[in-house]
Ligand binder design. Structure first.
Ligand code: TXA
Ligand code: MG
Length: 332
């Protein structure tokens, strides 16, 4: 009998490997972490770092914001593997993750613009991405040029986004692989960003070989993307650092920061993809309640009572709501 081969590649076995934050010590100004030798964390971090350094496959790893899907930002082949695993549109730029400011300086051909100094001091390592001018290609003695960062990270742009994550696993992975890591959130394109290894597994099983499991992300919201290369400076994507914090700690130049426009057309270059592509689309119906209210959630309760059937419901209350007062009522 003749078998007909399918056009799809066979699914990859996806491993979830544990890493313990308590095994890693990475002081703010250090270039390398101390990782407890002979721990499972050490073995698993090195396994993931080898995959990244040798461009074997993208690796999912925890950051303080959301889980990322990382590969070498220096290799177009490696970065393309991220786009393929996520099914991500190719014109959507990726954030480059670095483990120290000295590693960033090695990537650049100019100084980090002064406007970023106070923000870097205050928020790095942490959930802030800054936009920088793209460095010129590196020319070797035979005159052959190699891009300083793979153009696959920065489709059609003359800038790139970079951040230093504070999560010890993310930072250790970058430092041990000795590689700047391009990493979007580790969800399938258009799905919500994952904050646990199981979320990643749900979206990515069969598409990537390795997920490092470092527990739940504590920020749970992506990094704030700021652009200080334009005047006035702009917030391109709100996230883990608030606009008030940027104004407060950024110094005078950031007092007049504006928020990016949100109406990019499909033929426009993407300044930030939330403006162009369907993003964060959960499969369930989402209802957002606005307003100050009195903290008792009366309007929400009225909505819940009006629901028919016994379908499951998740509620994400803001801090304004006093959950104790309406827990019992919901159960009724
Ligand atoms: O918290 C985060 O930022 C997570 C974790 C994994 O670090 N990463 C993340 O990546 O959210 P992603 O690919 O899902 O979102 C990248 C964001 C996009 O809004 C993108 O447009 C913006 O960063 N970005 C990257 N490079 C840019 C550039 N050159 N110009 C403007 N925006 C850029
Ligand atoms: Mg994303």
């Amino acid at each position: 009998m003749v078998s007909v081969s399918s056009a799809l590649p066979p699914p990859i076995a996806t491993q979830i490997l544990p890493v313990a934050l308590s095994d890693i010590d990475f002081p703010r100004d250090a270039d390398m972490p101390n990782v407890q030798q002979s721990s499972v964390t050490y073995t698993n971090l090195h396994k993931a770092a080898d995959m990244i350094r040798n461009h074997i496959a993208p690796v999912a790893f925890p950051t303080e914001t959301v889980y990322g899907l990382g590969a070498s930002a220096l290799s177009t082949t490696a970065v393309r593997q991220i786009f393929a695993a996520k099914n991500r549109p190719l014109d959507n730029p990726l954030i480059v993750h670095i483990s120290s400011v000295s590693q960033l300086r090695r990537l650049l051909d100019t100084k980090i613009p002064n406007i970023y100094e106070p923000l870097i001091q205050k928020f790095w390592p942490g959930p802030l991405t800054i936009i920088l001018p793209l460095p010129a290609p590196i020319r070797n003695e035979d005159g052959i040029e190699t891009p300083a960062i793979s153009p696959a990270c920065t489709p059609g742009q003359n800038t790139f986004g970079v951040r230093m994550p504070s999560h010890p696993v993310a930072r250790a992975l970058i430092a041990i692989s000795d590689t700047p890591i391009a990493a979007p959130s580790a969800n399938a394109s258009s799905r919500p960003s994952p904050t646990t290894a199981m979320h990643v597994y749900t979206d990515m099983a069969g598409r990537i070989p390795l997920i490092l499991d470092g527990g739940a992300c504590n920020v749970g919201l992506e990094s704030t993307v700021v652009d200080g290369t334009v005047s006035p400076p702009a917030i391109l994507r709100p996230g883990g650092v608030s606009i008030e914090e940027i104004r407060k700690y950024g110094g005078p130049l950031w007092m007049g920061v504006i928020t990016g426009k949100s109406d990019a057309g499909h033929d426009e270059k993407v300044r930030t993809p939330g403006m162009k592509y369907r993003h964060y689309s959960p499969k369930a119906k989402v209802v957002v309640f606005l307003g100050q209210g009195d903290g008792s959630g009366g309007e929400i309760l009225r909505y819940l009572r009006g629901l028919k059937g016994d379908s499951k419901l998740g509620v994400l209350p803001s801090r304004l709501f006093n959950l104790d007062s309406w827990d019992e009522e919901i159960k009724k």
